[in-house]
Design a protein around this ligand. Structure first.
Ligand SMILES: [Zn+2]
Length: 185
């Protein structure tokens, strides 16, 4: 029992939707009460250092300028199964920290990236995701759903990203070259 629900919850209808990746006998995990404190995220003032504060080389960006960088997303350390890129600020900022200039650039870059990833031959539609519960650094995911793969529509796409095998390395490299070229225009 928690403040959210009493007793066992029914499995929601969406597990029957054709885009839900998993089947078989499913149950809802026990719902627990909220913690007294939120998680300390990587890069929070009292948290472990953010990747941007470490000397470890990050994944090589496909494009960057003084304030922004775009990197390919790995799912579980593997090449993504579909075109997937992350837009991040160069400085240690979260979404709510952006000043007006950066907020405007964020909007422009978001639209530009969606247009570019949409143009990749294999992509049907590009989805934009931002959560930020593990890290304090702004990371926005741009996920190119494979064309015609309506089984991966909507919220299930990142789950499919972790489930499917990665695309061929040459394909990933060709996509990266395309994104670099288009963002540099
Ligand atoms: Zn950071």
């Amino acid at each position: 029992m928690s403040i959210f629900a009493e007793g066992e919850l029914a499995v929601p209808n969406f597990v029957q939707w054709p885009n839900f990746p998993f089947g078989g006998e499913l149950h809802v995990n026990e719902v627990v009460d909220p913690l007294p404190e939120e998680w300390t995220r990587n890069g929070d003032p009292d948290g472990p250092p953010c990747h941007c504060r470490e000397n470890d080389p990050m994944i090589q960006p496909v494009w960057s300028n003084e304030r922004w960088r775009v990197t390919p997303i790995k799912f579980g350390g593997q090449i993504a199964p579909f075109p997937a890129y992350m837009l991040a600020s160069v400085d240690h900022l979260d979404l709510e920290d952006l000043d007006e200039t950066m907020a405007a650039e964020f909007g422009t870059l978001t639209v530009k990236l969606v247009r570019i990833i949409n143009e990749i031959e294999s992509v049907g539609r590009t989805h934009v995701n931002r959560w930020g519960d593990l890290g304090a650094h702004l990371h926005v995911w741009f996920l190119g759903r494979p064309k015609g793969a309506m089984q991966m529509a909507g919220f299930s796409l990142p789950m499919w990203g972790f489930t499917l095998p990665g695309m061929a390395e040459e394909q990933a490299q060709a996509n990266d070259v395309f994104v670099t070229e288009r963002l540099s225009r």
